[in-house]
Design a protein around this ligand. Sequence first.
Ligand SMILES: Cc1ncc(COP(=O)(O)O)c(C=O)c1O
Length: 474
Amino acid sequence: MSAPLQLSRADMQALGERALAMVIGHHEGIREQPTTTSVSRDEAMRLVHTPLSEGPTPPAELLDLLARDVFPNAFRADHPRFYAFVPSPSNFVSAVGDFLTSGHNVFSGHWLASSAASQIELTVLDWLQRACGLPESAGGIFVSGGSMANLSAIVVARETRLGGHDPQSVVYYSDQTHSSMSKGLRVLGFNKPQRRMVATDDAFRMDVAALEAAIAADRANGMRPFCVVANAGTTNTGAVDPLPALADLCAREGLWLHVDGAYGAAAVLHPRGAAALEGLDRADSITLDPHKWLFQPFEIGCLLVRDARLMKQAFRVEEDDHADYLADVSRHIQDDVNFFERGIQLTRSFKALKVWLSLRTFGLAAFRDAIQVGFDVADFAQQWLEASGKWELVTPSQMGILTFRWRGEGMSNEAIDALTARTVDRMREDGYATVMSTILRGRPALRLCPIHWDANTDEMAATLERLTRFAEMG
Ligand SMILES: Cc1ncc(COP(=O)(O)O)c(C=O)c1O
């Protein structure tokens, strides 16, 4: 009997070639595909649900099913005309990196298991730390995404500044901060009075005076402020909080400064991004998601910490955790970097490979050019909307995002709100591009985030023409 989970070389070759052809087809043909397709739960059940069979199924049959019924029925967040949320403009080289990662199944939890792979991770982290202006002492880790990086940052901040859980402690963040921050804090046991949401100014940037007042009021009430979370590109509008002023305030008040640059921080590789992110180098910790504006496939987020030793302090495995099965590992690895001591996971995959492979393959200049596309196409959209006279900008093109509303002379705000929703629906039915709305100061606004490296102004113009036509339908 052959080993139960083995394929012959010929079968591996055939399966691999078929899968490769599917992925190449996806990358080559994506522009001709709709940006979003979805089916109802009933329809999805009909398409893919089966009992688990006792015997085998030919893998080619399964790939046919995936190609026909599964992959097409999804958001194509890597489509050049997917402008909603934060797109995930992937690239083929990184997809190959993911294949190599899972194909070799390197355990990237500690040095003994993955010495050279750990070094690749450290090297890529070093590139990112330097780009963000962090000192030699900095360190980091790749995690699943921004939510996990934000949560992990708070763990390091709390251990460092408070030595553990303190029901009087307070974290401050603006009303534009991504919901992963509130959620992470709740998961970590911070109750509502410990999660202080600070107002933003007209440009949706954290109001530093309001923050200062909140800190003073909390101190007067016996609370223990310890951390400020700043945005380096909010999800809603791309606004960057006043990082230099927040860094000054945190230094004065002895607070940890975490910067959520999940989507925006990668723009530091481009001079325009670096200028917008002035002060990033003063953060105690930074979230930067390669699966956003660094063009990597899901899942990869990154946490960078100004002093790497603090990560080990926060995520150490202690004597009385009784990790007896790690005793042999620990004997050998005292001075090495063990990623299980920098984050929550013990078993973790070699996520850094795809970032390393793509950055080395294309080179930094290509990535800089790729980031530039996002700035340029968003600028173009702003100019187009201003020239049309029919739309009102809510927030200008910044960090590759802009928001806007139908002017609708003589229409009430409520009527424009309803029209905004109808315009999004008509756009979705049309299928040419994915555009969605957000709520700003209580009112819906359309939002574009064209950060794909292959986005272009012609397709943006065609999208804006459609939006205008759909809005004019009333
Ligand atoms: C600013 C910001 N922070 C955090 C997140 C959460 O990241 P993830 O979805 O990778 O967990 C996002 C997601 O869009 C984001 O834009």
